[in-house]
Design a protein around this ligand. Structure first.
Ligand SMILES: Nc1ncnc2c1ncn2[C@@H]1O[C@H](COP(=O)(O)OP(=O)(O)O)[C@@H](O)[C@H]1O
Ligand SMILES: Nc1ccn([C@@H]2O[C@H](COP(=O)(O)O)[C@@H](O)[C@H]2O)c(=O)n1
Length: 202
């Protein structure tokens, strides 16, 4: 099994890069796990309180569950990945069954901050886009897809997202084996990663 970690700031294009990478892989060969599915269960809080959570701090992630799920997959067992709602700011209670595959891709802003998880990755990738580009993308995506408005995105950006990016996310670039610049669509980098995967699987 090849486990690949793809980190980078919000809006850097992690999900997009993952979709491009797996285009050439068969469904039975690859599974993708999103760190977003592993936000802590906050059912004990009201929606009003959940909105105020700092979702860009490592403490917001249930890393214990993510580590145990990666270990299960490595041992050849399936897992139940939680489903997360960005409108409820909580897990939905539903899960998706993930089977162990030849290639497991884990993507998320904070995945390289955790030493045990870093050690489980065979390849570590950091996707980099400039902060203004990421903010523009985040504004469009959160308003169109995640039920937010301009004020919410800018408030979160100023209060938590930007400082947490600088403190926790950007420094993990140093752990990366490959850094992909994504201010533009980067087909060359995607081709290189696909070639590395095919090479390792051969
Ligand atoms: N290289 C790119 N150029 C322009 N827009 C992009 C690029 N990569 C991603 N996007 C767009 O930016 C938004 C965020 O991308 P996404 O892949 O979801 O980022 P992340 O998973 O890092 O938060 C999406 O709407 C996506 O279509
Ligand atoms: N309830 C939540 C949970 C997370 N976020 C934001 O999501 C970002 C991480 O996801 P990406 O797909 O952009 O990598 C992170 O920056 C959190 O601020 C949220 O807004 N609401």
């Amino acid at each position: 099994m090849l486990i690949i970690g793809i980190a980078g700031g919000t809006g850097s294009g992690k999900t997009t890069v993952v979709s491009q990478i797996i285009e050439e892989l068969k469904n039975e060969e690859v599974a993708v796990i999103s760190q977003d599915s592993y936000y802590q269960d906050t059912s004990h809080l009201s929606l009003e309180d959940r909105v105020k959570i700092n979702f860009d701090h490592p403490k917001s992630i249930d890393f214990d569950l993510l580590v145990s799920h990666l270990k299960e997959l490595k041992s050849g067992n399936s897992i139940e990945e939680p489903v997360y709602s960005f409108t409820e700011h909580n897990r939905t209670g539903e899960t998706v069954t993930i089977q162990p595959k030849k290639v497991i891709i884990v993507e998320g802003i904070l995945i390289l901050t955790h030493a045990d998880i870093r050690d489980m990755f065979d390849i570590k990738i950091y996707v980099h886009a400039d902060s203004d580009e990421r903010l523009i993308r985040r504004l469009k995506r959160d308003i169109n897809d995640r039920g937010r408005d301009l004020d919410e995105v800018l408030w979160r950006y100023q209060t938590t997202l930007k400082p947490m990016h600088q403190q926790f996310i950007e420094p993990t670039k140093e752990f990366a084996d490959i850094i992909i610049p994504t201010n533009r669509y980067n087909n060359v980098a995607v081709d290189i990663v696909q070639t590395i995967i095919k090479d390792r699987l051969a």
